[in-house]
Design a protein around this ligand. Structure first.
Ligand SMILES: Cc1cc2nc3c(=O)[nH]c(=O)nc-3n(C[C@H](O)[C@H](O)[C@H](O)COP(=O)(O)OP(=O)(O)OC[C@H]3O[C@@H](n4cnc5c(N)ncnc54)[C@H](O)[C@@H]3O)c2cc1C
Ligand code: FES
Ligand code: FES
Length: 488
């Protein structure tokens, strides 16, 4: 056991013991280190004012990502490097190209959002060369500017690549330091506010979860963080899964893909995109970049939200879960995992170890639509994912239709599927399937959408699926229409 938290703040080695298990990175920076450049706007991962950049080892290589400091617990950054807006100025006092470009293009509007915007652009600058405007917009989608002045910020994002590119910190030296900090000991922090445990192996995790079945498991903390900042909950003990490399692995096994539960949305996206471009669009619209860099596939499923975006897609694809309890593993179909509102088939001492996703069968048509009030960084009101197997004669031989937002759990539409199987894939079949939807779902009204809207939308998504598969060239997607508008 190691009882001291260790990480780099810029190039300074920080060692902390004891540490509150749910102390947020933002509170530590602002209240304890007096680094007040990072701001608190919403404290729930939405506005991006708190954005910092984190360097972490990914299979021994250094990887930099923007995250929301307001909902991230400091001890989960053991073995990482934290960079804040204060670290950008060069030793001689001159501005970093990202900052200089913001000044040159008049991109700095209010002091509240600007530091977060600069840090999102800094992450982009570290990772990519000459990104497209669409990619820049994507990188900024997690930074809300209420004065709507994005144009000069986008101009700054283009200009920053034309300024001095010299590195002002030595990435190799940082990687060496993080490698030296990495160990296989369980990190065990104790403080008057509670305990924080972070094992480095799956076996150690399995033992700890068995020993502390009431502990709160934390993956990316994009949900759990809000229980603390908004719900004011005290969590004790906390078990973090973040140090376990093996849980981040993604393996292609021929006809299926195995995702470790801790694979982040950013890591999952290109792999799911290889199955369907619509999955790429779904993942691109999943939170903002900061949320995708932290949130995990396992957390999205284990959270059990009826409007989580991945469950409908993965249920339609026929995914299953590997659940681990002590030394035992069991596989269950994902659709059987969700029992009731926020209630899952997860036994005491059990956790999600991996998600198995079959590749699309040949002759299958797949569709996914996310309907939300905002196009970017918003959770679904309704999400529909459909997989149809269609024989050579054009008749539907199998159907898997899954919806989020229509019931207390993400759920298959079994009656609607039955209305399609054995039919030709055409307007008449879709009309009959839509009539069957009320037998599958009795949705609720809430602030995201009314019950009537949800049911009508569920049917409209089936119709969109038919149009997309039978009338090529008809534009049905906002993303496509936006691209069209951009290129005149
Ligand atoms: C600004 C913002 C935007 C968001 N946008 C979206 C969106 O567009 N679509 C969407 O679906 N969600 C969205 N979310 C919700 C959230 O980001 C996702 O649900 C995310 O996938 C949760 O993953 P995590 O790793 O952060 O989980 P955590 O917050 O760490 O954990 C969530 C729950 O899962 C449990 N858990 C985590 N991992 C495991 C495991 N391996 N085994 C057992 N239990 C586990 C935890 O104990 C907790 O109960 C958004 C959140 C924010 C803050
Ligand atoms: S303060 Fe708004 S995202 Fe962190
Ligand atoms: S930069 Fe703060 S509101 Fe626009």
């Amino acid at each position: 056991m190691r009882e001291t938290l260790r990480f780099l703040l810029g190039d300074e080695l920080i060692e902390i013991a004891p540490c509150d298990p749910t102390l947020t990175v933002l509170d530590w920076l602002r209240l304890e280190r007096r680094l007040t450049g990072s701001k608190e706007g919403c404290a729930e991962g939405d506005c991006g004012a708190c954005t910092v950049v984190v360097g972490r080892l990914d299979r021994c290589r250094l990887r930099y990502e923007a995250i929301n400091a307001c909902i991230r617990f400091l001890p989960t950054l053991d073995g990482c490097q934290i960079l804040t807006v204060e670290h950008l100025k060069r030793p001689d006092g001159s501005l970093h190209p990202v900052q200089q470009a913001m000044v040159d293009c008049h991109g700095s509007q209010c002091g509240f959002c600007t530091p977060g915007i600069v840090m999102s652009l800094f992450a982009l600058w570290l990772n990519e060369n000459t990104p497209s405007v669409a990619r820049i917009e994507d990188a900024l989608a997690g930074n809300l500017c209420r004065c709507t002045g994005y144009e000069p910020i986008i101009a700054a994002a283009q200009r920053m690549y034309h300024l001095d590119e010299a590195e002002w910190f030595d990435r190799d030296a940082v990687a060496d330091t993080l490698r030296a900090l990495a160990d296989m000991e369980t990190l065990a922090l104790t403080s008057p506010k509670g305990r924080f445990l972070a094992p480095a192996t799956v076996n150690a995790l399995a033992d700890l979860v068995m020993a502390h079945p009431q502990a709160t498991l934390v993956a990316g903390a994009t949900d759990v963080g809000l229980w603390v900042t908004k719900g004011m909950r005290r969590l004790d003990p906390v078990i973090s899964l973040g140090r376990i490399e093996a849980l981040r692995e993604i393996a292609d096994r021929g006809d299926h893909i195995v995702f470790g539960a801790m694979a982040t949305h950013a890591e999952v996206r290109p792999v799911l995109a290889s199955l369907s471009p619509q999955l790429d669009e779904l993942m691109r619209r999943f939170g903002g970049e900061q949320v995708r860099n932290a949130g995990t596939i396992g957390g999205n499923i284990a959270n059990g939200s009826p409007i989580g975006d991945l469950p409908p897609a993965l249920i339609a694809l026929g995914a299953s879960l590997v659940l681990r309890r002590g030394g035992e593993q069991r596989d269950i179909p994902l659709e059987d995992f969700f029992l009731d509102y926020r209630k899952q088939d997860r036994r005491e001492g059990e956790f999600v170890e991996a998600v198995i996703v079959p590749k699309l069968p040949r002759d299958a048509e797949f569709h996914i639509s996310k309907i939300s009030k905002r196009f970017d960084e918003d959770i679904s009101a309704v999400c529909g994912a459909f997989l149809l197997e269609i024989g050579r004669d054009g008749w539907i031989t199998d159907a898997r239709l899954a919806y989020g937002g229509l019931a207390g759990i993400p759920k298959r539409a079994l009656e609607t599927e039955a209305a399609l199987i054995g039919r030709a894939w055409d307007d008449a079949a879709v009309d009959d399937a839509i009539l069957a939807l009320p037998r599958d779902f009795t949705p609720l009204s809430d602030m995201r959408a009314s019950a009537g809207y949800r049911l009508a939308m569920a049917g409209n998504l089936l119709r969109r699926f038919l149009i997309e598969t039978t009338r090529p060239g008809v534009e049905t997607r906002v993303a496509g229409l936006l691209a069209e508008a951009r290129h005149g």
